[in-house]
Design a protein around this ligand. Structure first.
Ligand SMILES: Cc1ncc(COP(=O)(O)O)c(C=O)c1O
Length: 283
């Protein structure tokens, strides 16, 4: 496995990060995950734009964010992942400097790391759907930044697993916002609903693709809050993310969603997504 670290392509075993790296000490950095289908990096421009948004918000100066796209493509090729599915993980931190809360001296280079991983698609979960639990959202008010500070997400995911579910949905002020690493959609009265883009959710690339696909297949989407107390009336629920794509939810806190099996709207959107991916990747 070849990874990229600060300008070099090196074997994974040789990659090491300084213990003074601010990513390690303060979770002072951002990340991205891009899905590669047959060597085609899906929605790469949108991922790089979001990365730029995060870096700008955190005031981490990276000369050429676009170059990260070339790094991603080269890693897919170097690791023999141009067929099948894989992900590229990119992490950029404020760099390495003796520990103090204030920013390091000007000119301290950011740490730029990227690695690939083969994806084994979880067809059973995509077909049968998953169970989720609802958890209170303890996160900060800048969830729009794809920060590496993921402790609330880690704790919520673990709580879900220990409750026999696959994921947790964060609920803030009575609004069901998003999953621990995914956006959250519902179908009410035949119409698709998802939380609006605010500072309380991550603006998912897959969320955006799904909204566009719905327009294409003639389904209305409302970007309005999904209230926790309305969840019992949902005909369908699903999650979206780069890794999960479109994942039906069939149980919430042990209660069946709709008929308790993935619904026809979710199926249509899954199919439209697969068609799009296969068109783009020439499959
Ligand atoms: C909290 C959160 N929301 C939503 C998403 C989905 O974003 P995307 O579709 O860009 O993968 C993620 C992805 O990791 C996430 O961590």
């Amino acid at each position: 496995m070849i990874v990229y670290l600060n300008g070099q392509y090196i074997p994974r075993q040789r990659a090491s990060i300084d213990v003074d790296d601010r990513g390690f000490l303060f979770a002072d950095g951002v990340y991205e995950v891009i899905h590669s289908y047959e060597g085609h990096l899906f929605q790469m421009d949108a991922h790089l734009q979001r990365l730029e948004h995060g870096l700008r918000s955190l005031r981490i100066a990276v000369g050429d964010v676009q170059a990260v796209g070339e790094v991603s493509e080269r890693l897919i090729a170097e690791n023999g992942l141009t067929s099948g599915e894989a992900t590229v993980y990119i992490q950029i931190t404020r760099g390495s400097a003796p520990r103090t809360h204030r920013f390091p001296p000007a000119g301290t280079p950011p740490t730029v790391y990227a690695a690939t991983q083969e994806v084994i698609p979880q067809r059973d979960q995509a077909e049968e759907g998953i169970a989720v639990i609802l958890v209170p959202d303890p996160r900060w008010a800048r969830c729009d930044i794809k920060s590496v500070a993921l402790l609330p997400n880690v704790l919520a995911r673990q709580r879900a697993i220990e409750a026999g579910a696959a994921d947790a949905i964060f609920v803030r002020d009575g609004v069901a916002l998003e999953g621990t690493s995914s956006n959250f959609f519902g179908v009410f009265n035949g119409q698709v609903v998802t939380a609006p883009k605010t500072n309380y959710i991550l603006s998912g690339i897959t969320r955006e693709v799904v909204i566009e696909l719905c327009a294409k297949i003639g389904v209305s989407v409302h970007e309005t809050p999904i209230l926790e107390h309305q969840l019992g009336e949902a005909e369908e629920l699903f999650l979206t993310s780069t890794i999960l794509e479109i994942r039906p939810i069939v149980r919430v806190n042990g209660q069946p969603v709709g008929t308790g099996v993935p619904g026809s709207m979710t199926r249509r959107i899954q199919q439209a997504f697969r068609d799009l991916v296969s068109d783009l990747s020439g499959g």
